[in-house]
Design a protein around this ligand. Structure first.
Ligand SMILES: [Fe+2]
Length: 174
């Protein structure tokens, strides 16, 4: 193929799929991994905002401890967002574009209550972090099937972090 021909082909490809990152993964694997990881990313944003919400609206005698604990957790949660989105781009998918997109994909449920007691807050976040671990395990199975080691190794770290958050939240409520 002449150079000008290959340039033309590339131009055509870019117009047809302008955000398709080249990857050796099969199209089905890209779709499955992107689907799983975008749902994870939506959950991460939902969990981040709920953790901040509870950090901002904390009350009671353990205010300082709980307020600071939830801020630590929120920073850790927010800290993984970029890596998740960029994994999706690296494997050839596209990722979350808006808060509305998050709302369509999130499985962690928002809490817009006017008042939530301190213990209830910690219990709810404990449940959410545990559910998040389950979703991460499910995403690990999908990435594993495609031999997507970079995604599985990141997920393993995120499971450990979420289990640590769940542990602290559990101990603080008993
Ligand atoms: Fe704060």
């Amino acid at each position: 193929m002449k150079n000008s021909d290959s340039k033309k082909t590339l131009g055509l490809k870019l117009r047809e799929a302008p955000l398709a990152t080249p990857t050796d993964l099969k199209a089905a694997a890209t779709k499955d991994i992107s689907g799983a990881m975008n749902a994870i990313l939506a959950d991460v944003f939902a969990l981040y905002l709920k953790t901040k919400n509870f950090h901002w609206h904390m009350s009671g005698q353990h205010f300082r401890d709980y307020h600071l604990l939830l801020d630590e957790h929120a920073s850790q949660i927010f800290g993984i967002t970029d890596a998740i989105a960029e994994r999706v781009r690296k494997v050839g998918g596209t990722t979350i574009r808006s808060v509305g997109h998050v709302a369509r994909l999130q499985r962690i449920v928002d809490n817009d209550e006017e008042f939530v007691g301190p213990t209830e807050m910690l219990r709810e976040l404990h449940g959410d972090n545990k559910a998040f671990v389950e979703s991460l395990r499910a995403a690990h199975v999908i990435a594993s099937k495609a031999n997507d080691y970079a995604t599985t190794s990141l997920i393993e770290i995120w499971i450990d972090e979420a289990e640590r958050r769940a542990w602290f939240l559990f101990e603080a409520t008993r």
